[in-house]
Design a protein around this ligand. Sequence first.
Ligand code: ARG
Length: 393
Amino acid sequence: MKKVVLAFSGGLDTSVCIKLLEENYEMEVITACVDVGQPQEEIERPTAVAYKMGALKHYTIDAKEEFAEEFVFRAIKANAIYEGYPLSTALARPLIAMKIVELAKKEGADAIAHGCTGKGNDQFRFEAIIRAMSDVDVIAPIRDLNLTRSEEIDYAEDHGIPLPSDKQYSIDENLWGRSIEGDILEDPMTETPEEAFNWTRSTDDALDEAQILEIEFEKGIPVGLNNEKMEPLDLIGKCNQIAGLNGIGRIDIIEDRIIGLKSRENYEVPAAILLITAHKALEQLTLTRSELKFASYVTEVYSELIYDGLWHDPLREDLDALTDNMQKRVTGTVKVRLHKGNLRILGRKSPYSLYSEETVSFEDKGMDQREMTGMVKNYGIQAASYNKICKKD
Ligand code: ARG
């Protein structure tokens, strides 16, 4: 019998896939769950489901640190936000796919399977990586059989497949964010019910007292909180917790998928909002005007590449190299205030600050104001000509 490695999260789609791969494709299934910081029960559940459903073997692959250091940190340096969505699901997909390819090679598998539907983005992200790194077949049972979510639920019930308790929504979680879609949320006029959220408090229920936080960055990467150095996973976890308690990080948008479908997406991304906002505040202090302008273009192109699953595009590496060079000076501390859904920058400092309090001050006499007279006089020369010549009557 041929062997297939299934990227397995234990959610509805992938749980249904185990049985489909056995029954419809007659393959032996090895399941693998890549840990990118989803909650502990999302690691334990797939293990139990895999064995219950008769998987040949099940692997849990811990990729949390690699995800934080090699993916999340790049996203912070590039302020990676696509159409208002601080990339989280999209950011983890390449790493998950890479780990699955490694395992498939180790196991000598004939194919790799995933549970993506034919309507979303993840099919592109998984398959682009798999094809870039190997020559095995790719199988997408849900897409092949054109299954709807309720057909999957019926199939699961008929085949005794245990389903997650919150199967109402389609949820994806990793340490950088939680995305929620499907069911009643598909109507963009329906308000997202409170029970859909898990990482963030509503503005009403957020902590009453404001929290002040000092975030320390080194070369564009967060390294400490309130004067205490922290390891990446602890720091991101703490930021998620503090910002979430203060009602920060809920995003409800209409987003453009790769295939052109518009979709309504809800995200909980408290640490991402906090750290990217603070990072941008430090960039304002340390980068030049032209660098800032270029960096915002880089953000746009970089985010689109990540969203589109093109991790292996050389442009992504080019942009990372450029960003790393710019970020050498993005070192310093940002002080923020979090309160009831509001995030306010209170202060920032850096040894590489380009801001000169002395020169900009209204009290300074060193920079002689009179020297500006000639420069100002001829400023806007083209606009003046246009106004005088072309708009005469
Ligand atoms: N729209 C987001 C993206 O493409 C999130 C998709 C997450 N999937 C889910 N089942 N909620 O990155």
